[in-house]
Design a protein around this ligand. Structure first.
Ligand code: RAM
Length: 357
């Protein structure tokens, strides 16, 4: 549905911006929402609004070639198909802070109705996203958020608190409640990993974890080789290390690969967030006991439905609004436009064979 977008889902701030753009451009036909009056102009949702056919729904992951996003976006494609929209995926090959900006600008210029993005950096993408909103795109963040003023809604894979406490519980249990641990994270600017790291530190500051000490945090940049090297470095730098938490699928798989063929296997615990298919061999060979994740495909599927519902005006992103998300059923928009997919799942030898992603 390129270039013929509905403006029903626009927020008041977006409408103000749109009016400015309209005024600046003088005579464009795009800004007809400002004189349409009624519920739309007031930014009210119409739960019965039709989702138009042909919506352009574009996915912009942190990076291409990351199995997590490759699998996740099959859910985006599924949603777009069910909604009779046009699915597209574009993205950088590296998860650098500013690597997504040119893709956002291009999608906006192409008239994408919905842009679904996992932000590599909360700030670097903000102004391009706001410009895309002003030009009529709905912005849905998934996996990794930007600021709440730079998007309409955020599809959170699970609450940040749940993701943090699950990982702390796993590492604490596996190292017997005491000793040195370290974090092997993704990129230093990643909104999601940074939120989880902060909450894990808070959780570990509680009395029950008084005997666990975080001695280092390193960044593998969601690059396989760098993550592998960082894991090696951690083990060499901290001879008393009892465990490593890697809250990234790229980091966890690379760290497991290093650990599995090193002398530290069996002595150092490794856990974090991983995909069952990438981790299966390391659970089977005893390198890793337990790790967690959610279903990335459902996350991207939910993002597609949220984006289409916004674009059609069924929701505006206000707290308390509800919408139907296909096979996942009804979801509600929470505070600050956050929509939570569900709790994380813990994987170990008992259930890992039940999953294929
Ligand atoms: C990596 C990415 C992604 C994160 C997962 C757990 O694939 O950093 O953003 O959610 O790990």
């Amino acid at each position: 549905m390129l270039r013929t977008r509905t403006h029903y889902g626009l927020t008041a701030a977006t409408l103000a911006g749109l009016m400015l753009v309209t005024a600046a451009c003088g005579g464009t036909t795009r800004g007809d929402a400002d004189d349409s009056g009624g519920a739309e102009a007031a930014g009210e949702a119409d739960p019965n609004a039709e989702i138009p056919e042909g919506l352009a729904i574009s996915y912009l992951p942190k990076q291409l070639n990351n199995p997590y996003f490759t699998y996740a976006n099959t859910g985006g494609e599924e949603a777009a198909e069910e909604l009779k929209g046009e699915y597209k995926e574009v993205g950088p090959s590296e998860a650098n802070a500013s690597s997504q900006v040119s893709y956002i600008n291009t999608l906006s210029q192409q008239g994408s109705d919905v842009i679904v993005i996992a932000a590599n950096d909360p700030d670097a993408v903000c102004s391009s996203l706001q410009q895309a909103q002003q030009a009529g795109s709905v912005i849905v963040t998934y996996d990794s958020d930007t600021g709440k003023d730079c998007r309409d809604v955020f599809i959170n894979q699970a609450t940040a608190e749940d993701i943090a406490t699950t990982q702390v519980e796993m590492i604490a249990e596996q190292i017997g409640g005491e000793g040195e641990i370290a974090f092997l994270s993704a990129t230093p600017n990643a909104t999601n990993q940074n939120a989880w790291l902060e909450l894990m530190e808070e959780e570990l500051a509680k009395d029950e974890y008084a005997d666990i000490e975080v001695v280092d945090t390193v960044y593998g940049n969601d690059d396989d080789q760098k993550s592998f090297n960082e894991m090696q470095g951690l083990l060499q730098t901290h001879p008393d290390l009892k465990g490593v938490v890697s809250p990234t699928t790229v980091g966890l798989a690379a760290a497991a690969r290093y650990l599995s063929s090193s002398d530290y296997k069996g002595d150092v615990t490794l856990t974090g967030l991983g995909t069952p298919n990438q981790m299966k061999e390391y659970v089977e060979d005893g390198t890793v006991e337990e790790f967690a994740l959610w279903d990335p495909k459902n996350m991207a599927y939910l993002a597609g439905y949220a984006g289409a519902s916004l674009s059609a005006g069924r929701i505006t992103g206000a707290e308390g609004e509800t919408f139907e998300a296909g096979r996942l059923g009804e979801y509600e928009v929470g505070a600050d436009g956050e929509i939570v997919l569900g709790p994380p799942t813990v994987f170990n030898e008992d259930n890992i064979d039940d999953y294929d992603f």
